[in-house]
Design a protein around this ligand. Structure first.
Ligand SMILES: Cc1ncc(COP(=O)(O)O)c(C=O)c1O
Length: 413
């Protein structure tokens, strides 16, 4: 097998809708894709090239570089060697032509929106989403004359009816954060195609291990690589993936914006990705077991997890996804926000923190962590209840996570 075979666009041999096709296995891609077979100093790992600038032999070599679009370093803001390796690796995992790496998930979203939208344009998004994405669209894009329309998640007819001649982008997460709603990606992409409007999915909570939205016809996939890709709660990064032609403007803007990663950050991300598949298998397994435990617990009134038959999108999730990730959202029965906070505070194994997708299990109360200071009616509109807890299962043994929850829920406050 040549290194080219590994670096080319690949499908996963481990099939599932939107995942299938012949090709190298997912873990093989995670370990090898995007890397050169023989590296500097014959090292097996990629070197961390600590350079913000790259030298030219003479004036003619600068001219050759510009005119022939040579693949070499120039200045760090336009990309460093480690960044290209990670971009190629993630493109292989996502079955994309290309990926543009940013310094965080939010930087990736802002980069895509700013590259694609102009004053007078409109965007429509499904309303369940990471609160900072909503904040950027509503509070910042609006200052540049871009109108954001919001419709209920999963209401495809409402989304279609909001489309007009100014609509440029349809946006959603799948699964959504923190409600874990799942989109019918084919239908969503189909609306875009019918009206010749581009579509974007933030698939941070799924990762390409569980679903690959581009295979359903979506134009752009965005990830917070801070989460499952990095996987160790030790870095921030983000990526936009899609076809090269459409990403050219995004890459050009990144070079101006400067929201790039340090060489060391790129290395951490590349290293984290080596174990991506085995971590995802454990996240999926833990999420499912913990969700099933919580659903049968008398002190839990509601569990939101796409792998449970009680979830409103169970069927579409089962048809289109391999697994459902480590995030589980649940509500404590007969608890106000203070009683709910006590459940969080009693956790001994799970650490109280925002974020998800790392090896450590994290627990948080969305009302406190992300929606503190919001009015009750605003929280209600966003579907954030006072007794809601978001648990991001890590890769510990599920029996230990469950035991921790068992003791945290044992006391009735
Ligand atoms: C679904 C989703 N998208 C985007 C982001 C933003 O990513 P980052 O924190 O890397 O900027 C987050 C962060 O929590 C998220 O949950």
């Amino acid at each position: 097998m040549s290194s080219n075979q590994i670096n080319e666009k690949n499908n996963d041999s481990d099939k599932g809708p939107g995942l299938g096709g012949p090709g190298l296995g997912f873990s093989t891609l995670s370990v090898h894709a995007g890397e050169h077979r023989q590296k500097v100093c014959n090292s097996i790992t990629d070197p961390v090239v600590l350079a913000s600038t790259f030298t030219f032999e003479n004036t003619q070599s600068i001219i050759d570089f510009i005119e022939n679009d040579e693949d070499r370093g120039e200045y760090g803001r336009y990309g460093v060697p480690g960044e290209q390796v990670v971009e190629r690796k993630l493109a292989a995992l996502e079955n994309a032509d290309e990926g543009v790496l940013f310094s965080s998930g939010m930087a990736a979203l802002v980069g895509l929106f700013n590259a694609k939208l102009s004053s007078g344009d409109e965007i429509i998004f499904f309303d369940e989403c990471y609160h900072r994405t909503r904040e950027y669209c509503k509070n910042y894009l609006s200052r540049f004359g871009i109108v954001t329309r919001e419709v209920k998640t999963g209401d495809y007819l409402a989304m279609e009816s909001e489309i007009n001649t100014k609509t440029k982008l349809l946006i959603s997460e799948s699964p959504t954060n923190p409600h874990l709603s799942i989109l019918d990606l084919e239908r969503f992409a189909g609306i875009g195609k019918k009206h010749q409007i581009e579509t974007m999915i933030d698939a941070t909570l799924a990762t390409p291990f569980n679903v690959r939205p581009l295979n359903f016809g979506v134009d752009y996939v965005v990830h917070s690589a801070t989460k499952y890709f990095g996987g160790h709660n030790d870095l921030l990064a983000g990526i936009v993936l899609g076809c090269s032609e459409k990403l050219a403007e995004v890459r050009a803007l990144r070079g101006v914006m400067g929201a790039v990663n340090s060489p060391h950050n790129c290395y951490l991300l590349e290293r984290g990705l080596k174990t991506f598949e085995i971590r995802m298998q454990r996240h999926n397994e833990n999420g499912q077991r913990v969700a099933e435990f919580l659903e049968n617990h008398p002190r839990v009134s509601r569990v939101l997890y796409p792998g449970l038959p009680s979830h409103r999108h169970y069927e579409i999730a089962r048809e289109t996804m391999r697994g459902f990730g480590g995030l589980v959202t649940f509500e404590v029965a007969d608890a106000d926000w203070k009683a709910t906070a006590k459940v969080v505070d009693r956790a001994k194994l799970a650490r109280i923190a925002p974020s998800l997708g790392g090896v450590e299990t994290l627990i948080e109360q969305p009302l406190v962590m992300s929606y503190w200071g919001y009015q009750p009616e605003e929280r209600k509109a966003f579907g954030i209840s006072d007794n809601m807890i978001r648990l991001a299962c890590g890769i510990e043994n599920s029996s230990d996570i469950i035991e921790d929850l068992q003791q945290a829920l044992a006391v009735k406050d």
